[in-house]
Design a binder for this molecule. Structure first.
Ligand SMILES: Cc1cc2nc3c(=O)[nH]c(=O)nc-3n(C[C@H](O)[C@H](O)[C@H](O)COP(=O)(O)OP(=O)(O)OC[C@H]3O[C@@H](n4cnc5c(N)ncnc54)[C@H](O)[C@@H]3O)c2cc1C
Length: 497
């Protein structure tokens, strides 16, 4: 593993049998897994380049069990890695050799659906799509729609502040979550927010959403559900160059149109997807935009006409609006299958996630072409174009010596480029282990220490998901007294990883 993780605590590993026994008293039956072959499915998440067997896997079913597990681990100094469905693309759910992997998949019930207040209360192991399915009969849905929505859990979505193609208009997870129950590492159960729209005091809910499993374990989530728009239609727009596609995205937004979704793919991605899904994408273009307009039918027709005019002005060579709901879904099925489709053109791919100001898209695409030549690796691009959120898929073969290392360096250069042009390291996949060591490209030592002090307020012993997000681990006690002087790293003798 080229990413350095915290050293395994041999004293904890030496007590493994005793720890497993104690966990079995909290979660009886099949909820504790300690045999190597049974733990194998948990050794990795969606960032499959990195693997690590956990010390033990625990699958609790109740908040009480989670509270008891965390209380025990806190008292014994045992690390804990929360896990939903394990689809994270930044290694957030990568286990630790001396840690408990806390799988939340058994928290799979929808507790309450309240159409009057337009909310649903769900357990964190419920999949994203299951929420929409549960309310579809009444014409409602849950707006954030990661492409992994068939598998990823709401708990994971909260931890990563996940987004999807419809987040341009309807917001990310943070804009669609009203409340959470979380269990702190001490075993205390805390409720943040609720069915109401606003809460007094600090916005702790805002802090927990996107905290990547470092502040607490989410055991219940209250989400907004929305009424489905009366009409939704998607338009496929083909361009001879990616630069023209990028310019069109900016012009649509500048014209005051906020599409329900606005996605872009470059030629390698279009071809991979079309061969896989047969969505009807044009194959003779360099870039494809999918723009969805939603609302009352008359408004949608009007907006489609405006978008088509802007697209033609930007040099579009083809425009095709969906003529039925089945066709609209087919257009999106292609985009949603873009990552798996990359598996058809390359043995492995490394999915990056960075965000740039929309206007910088042409520049970034041109630089990415140069990087592709420098590292001698192909790249297929899919973007949440409206948000400026890039997902370059770097194509490599892990069986060829050195290709994974080159892919990692290529990816790091792309993320540095995002920061350089005024963007950010991550769009929606989180920092995890993947972007951990790049955090100083974005944040100063002072920024990072301030963020770690927040972590310390929740988890002073640093037991929840250590090794993720922060490039180096400070002990909270020392952090409280830390002063930065002349850019020198204080306490150089402290063990850091
Ligand atoms: C094919 C594919 C497409 C994807 N498309 C998108 C996309 O369009 N948009 C997007 O945003 N992401 C996307 N992702 C990434 C991923 O699906 C999301 O990050 C998702 O939210 C992870 O959910 P999960 O249940 O799999 O969480 P996991 O991978 O299990 O965990 C992710 C993080 O959440 C923490 N966590 C999980 N559950 C809890 C809990 N109950 N309490 C506290 N912490 C918890 C873990 O510790 C970890 O840090 C994609 C992934 C794949 C494989």
């Amino acid at each position: 593993m080229s990413v350095k993780m915290p050293e395994a605590d041999q004293a904890i590993l030496g007590r493994r049998a005793e720890i497993v026994k104690a966990l079995r008293t909290i979660v009886p039956g099949e909820g504790v897994i300690d045999r190597e072959h049974e733990m194998k499915p948990f050794e990795s998440d969606g960032l499959t380049a990195y693997r690590q067997m956990p010390m033990v896997v625990v699958l609790p079913e109740t908040t009480q069990q989670v509270a008891e597990i965390l209380k025990y681990c806190h008292a014994e100094g045992i690390k804990v890695v929360p896990r939903g469905a394990g689809t994270s693309l930044s290694g957030g759910a990568l286990p630790l050799a001396d840690g408990v992997l806390l799988g939340m998949a058994k928290f799979n019930k929808i507790r309450d659906i309240d159409f009057d207040n337009r909310i649903a209360v769900v357990e964190p192991g419920v999949t994203n799509l299951a929420v929409s399915n549960a309310v579809a009969h009444a014409g409602f849905y849950y707006a954030p729609d990661p492409s992994s929505q068939i598998a990823c859990t709401i708990g994971g979505n909260v931890a990563e502040n996940s987004g999807g193609v419809h987040c341009l208009k309807y917001g990310m997870t943070t804009n669609n979550v009203l409340g959470c129950e979380i269990v702190l590492i001490t075993g205390e159960v805390v409720r943040l927010g609720g069915k109401h729209l606003d809460s007094e005091g600090y916005d702790l809910l805002g802090l927990v959403v996107g905290s990547e499993g470092l502040l607490g374990v989410v055991t219940e989530v209250t989400v907004r559900i929305l009424k489905k728009p009366e009409t939704a239609r998607a338009v496929l727009i083909g361009f001879p160059t990616s630069e023209q596609g990028g310019a069109c995205v900016s012009k649509i937004i500048a014209a005051g149109i906020i599409p329900g979704g606005m996605e872009m793919m470059d030629k390698p991605a279009i071809h991979a997807v079309e061969e896989f899904v047969h969505a009807g994408y044009p194959l003779d273009v360099e870039a494809l935009l999918i723009v969805e307009l939603d609302g009352p039918a008359a408004e949608v027709d009007h907006l489609i006409a405006r978008v088509e005019t802007i697209a033609r002005e930007c040099g579009a060579v083809s425009c095709q609006a969906s003529q039925s709901e089945a066709q609209r879904l087919l257009f999106w099925a292609g985009r949603k299958a873009a990552f798996p489709a990359a598996g058809r053109i390359s043995p492995d791919y490394y999915c990056m996630d960075g965000t740039i100001p929309r206007a910088k898209l042409p520049l970034v695409l041109a630089r990415m072409k140069e990087l592709s030549e420098k590292y001698q690796l192909g790249v297929a691009n899919v973007f949440h174009a409206g948000d400026g959120n890039l997902h370059p898929l770097i194509l490599y073969d892990s069986n060829k010596p050195g290709e994974l290392d080159r892919a990692e360096e290529f990816g790091a250069d792309i993320l540095r480029l995002c920061v350089e042009v005024g963007g950010v390291l991550t769009g929606e996949h989180g920092v995890g282990i993947e972007k951990r060591d790049l955090m100083p490209a974005m944040f100063s030592e002072i920024d990072l220490n301030a963020q770690q002090r927040v972590k310390c307020a929740f988890d002073a012993k640093g037991l929840l998901n250590p090794g993720k997000v922060f490039p180096q681990l400070h002990r909270c006690a020392e952090l409280g007294r830390m002063h930065i002087s002349g850019g020198q790293l204080p306490f150089p003798d402290l063990p850091r990883f």
